[in-house]
Every structure is written in structure tokens, then in C-alpha cells.
Design a protein around this ligand. Sequence first.
Ligand code: TRP
Length: 329
Amino acid sequence: MKRVLTGITTTGIPHLGNYIGAIKPSIAESNDDGIKSYFFLADYHALIKSHDPQLIRESSFKIAATWLALGLSDRSSFYRQSDIPEIFELTWILTCFTAKGLMNRAHAYKAAADLNIEDGNDVDKAITMGLYSYPILMSADILMFKANEVPVGKDQVQHVEMTRDIALRFNHNYGNIFTIPEAVTNHSQETIIGLDGRKMSKSYNNIIPIFLEEKPLRKLINKIKTNSLEPGVPKEYKDCTLFALYTYFATSEEIESIKKMYAEGIGWGDMKSILFEKIFNFFDPYRSTYMEYLRDEAFLEKRLRLGGEQAREEASAYLKEIKSAIGIK
Ligand code: TRP
């Protein structure tokens, strides 16, 4: 059976871009009989980016509540990275098979180092070993569960390539221990546009969270950037953020009728109301479950622990094999 695995860094609140690019296709996979899926909260990856305990904690619960409320199947393995100590043991083993030069080329580290040079600072300023070794931890996440496919955004493809490199180097020495994974990017091919017209991303601070209450959601949608054409003036739907977001939640008939309204000069205020209704109603059936989960942290905690225990059983049996291969009992 095909094994699909992906991680979610716990430094943000799930937004529409995450929904369209990752959550929706992942939930579909979790319900597919031909696939064994692993989805996990990469909370130790979050520690590289954030030293705010409140943020990491809150983000973990919100992400878990979102995925579960939107229908993640129990068939899928759903756990917190930090609940599987075997991953960190494997990280060290892999570290001993990772060329330092390979890590020098990892784009997150390289971008930080290049920026330091550009700014005339010491090349290593404010760069932790966590950032530097980030791809090794990610390799351990992937190899620990023998994943064949790793759905990721384009920015993560390099890390999966590095995982392959590291695994092949290990296998070359010890035989066929690791499964060689492949990055899959078709999930997130589309660039979901945010409030300001750039890619929707927490780093641009232009996101629309999935489960916003009515008023704040209306307010955010009203902030979406448009041009300044008056009502009554025909408008282009191409390159319009309102239209682009609408298409993800509407039927093709609805989309056609909106195109007509653009040609007839719909006002931006009206289009914003239509978009608000669409998004709010789309997620409304799941909202109460989401709120219930968030109120019941004990339930979420239990669910994550259980997922962790199950994943750990697989991980610890496999780690024994790996250790035995390298001569450590
Ligand atoms: N680094 C990934 C990101 O920032 C998250 C992640 C951590 C991940 N471990 C992973 C993704 C393993 C896929 C597989 O998006």
C-alpha cells in the first residue's frame, strides 16, 4: 500500500491557503482505502522558528481541531512529532550520514546566511544549529514511517531531495533499510492569493483563517485589495483576488454567473458580501465541532496521545532494525 506522509509546522493558525493546498487533499487521502497516510504536527520544527510557548501550544491545538473537525479519517495516523522520541534518535543517526556541504545548500539556511553577508554581518549571525540541521529532522520524520510520497509546497521539495540523498547514502552502506521517498507537489500547485494580492502566507500576515467568527471574517474580506473601479463599470475577473478565492468554494454554474456580474459592473462591496457568504457558509457545518474540540483540550490531548502511541509502535520496531544494522543494540 502506498504510504503518504506530511508534516505541519505549528507556528500558525490554519488558513484558506492551507485548506486548499494541504488540508482538503490530505483529508481525501485519509479516506482512501489504497493509501496509508501519516499527518503530524511538526512541533519541534516549530521550535526553530518560534520561541513563544503560547504560540506553539495554541497553534498545535488549533491545527489538530481543524483537521479533525474537517473530517480527517481515523484510518490515518495523526500525531505530534514530539510524542515520538524515536524520530530524534533517528535524527542523530542520519546526522552522521549527512554531508555538511549538503546542509550548506539548504535554502532556508542559505537565505539567512546570504542576508547576513549582504547586510555586512557575520555570516552566522542569529543562525541556530536547528535552522542549519532542519532538513535532517525532516528526513527522520519521513524515513521513520517509510513514506513513499511526501506532499509538500514547492519550497519543501529540496528537503525531500535531501532526504533521498541521505537515505541512499545510508542504504549504500547497510543495504535496503530505508524507503526512498518522492516529493509530490500537485497538491499545492496553485498559489492561493492573500488579502494583499501576494501568496497567502503567515509570513506576509495576509491570511484568512478558516474558522473566523462572522464579524471578523467580514472585516477581513472587506480588507482584500481590489482596484478602484466604481460600481457599474465592467470589471475583469482575471487577477481579481475576490474572484480567485470564490472559485475554490463555488460550483461551476455559480462561477459563470459571477463572471457575468463582473462584466455587468458588480460593485466591490457587493462582491465582498458574496465572497463572505460563500466562505462562511462553506465552513459553517464544521464550525461547532471545531469550537467543541477547542473547548475540550483534554479530548484533543487524548486523541493526539493515542495517535502518537500507535505511530510509536511502528517507529520503535523499525528503529530496532535500523540500530541493529549500524551495530548498536
Ligand atoms: N518543513 C515542512 C514545512 O515547513 C514541515 C515538515 C516537517 C514536513 N517535517 C516534514 C513536511 C516531513 C513533510 C514531511 O512545511
